[in-house]
Write a protein that binds this ligand. Structure first.
Ligand SMILES: O=P(O)(O)OC[C@H]1O[C@H](OP(=O)(O)OP(=O)(O)O)[C@H](O)[C@@H]1O
Ligand SMILES: Nc1ncnc2[nH]cnc12
Length: 178
């Protein structure tokens, strides 16, 4: 078994499926047991950063809230800066904004207008890719400020929801596809 396969297998066995959360009919992928294991946490951060190591990434954008947990250490692993994409009304400085819908509702995201400079090479990091609405909105924030989107790094892609197709399969990396 390759190291990647065994990491994916281990991640799958350690995360929790929570039926009917946060709404009836949704099976929630709970990654908190994975985060609580320091060895597994380090391995997954390394694996999420790996495809982008030689890509001259200068900014990693993490999406509130679970994308912060993964995005900040991925940024350190790539010697890049970290940029938070936050829910509306949380960032203090001038922002760019987008609205989007997701598997269980609709929401908005904002980013500081000067957090990524024009032409900077950036990736977007989150825990779960479901419909792709969140990731697509984050890519639009980056486009608004003129950053170059190199790719996306997710822990989990829910394949049946077609988020990968929406984002362009060649740019999307995920450790697990379910
Ligand atoms: O591909 P999509 O259908 O857009 O869904 C994926 C998004 O949903 C979850 O975030 P959520 O908005 O639940 O926020 P949280 O991280 O604060 O729990 C997850 O962390 C992704 O950001
Ligand atoms: N099923 C799911 N589990 C965890 N996070 C999600 N974000 C969107 N869909 C999700």
């Amino acid at each position: 078994m390759s190291p990647e396969t065994s990491l994916a297998t281990e991640l799958q066995s350690r995360m929790r499926d929570v039926p009917d959360f946060p709404r009836p009919g949704i099976v929630f992928k709970d990654i908190t047991p994975v985060l609580a294991d320091p060895v597994l946490f380090q391995r997954l951060i390394h694996a999420m950063a790996e495809p982008f190591r030689e890509q001259r990434i200068t900014k990693v954008i993490g999406v509130e809230a679970r994308g912060f947990i993964l995005g900040a250490p991925v940024a350190l692993a790539l010697n890049a800066g970290f940029v938070p994409a936050r829910k509306p009304g949380k960032l203090p400085h001038r922002t760019v904004a987008e609205r989007y819908s997701l598997e269980y509702g609709s929401d908005g995201l904002e980013m500081h207008h000067d957090a990524v400079l024009s032409g900077e090479r950036a990736i977007i990091v989150d825990d779960v890719l479901a419909t792709g609405g969140t990731a697509e909105a984050t890519a639009k924030l980056l486009a608004q400020v003129g950053g170059e989107l190199v790719g996306f790094s997710f822990l989990i892609a829910l394949g049946f929801l077609d988020g990968v197709k929406r984002l362009g399969a060649q740019r999307v990396h995920s450790l697990i596809t379910l």
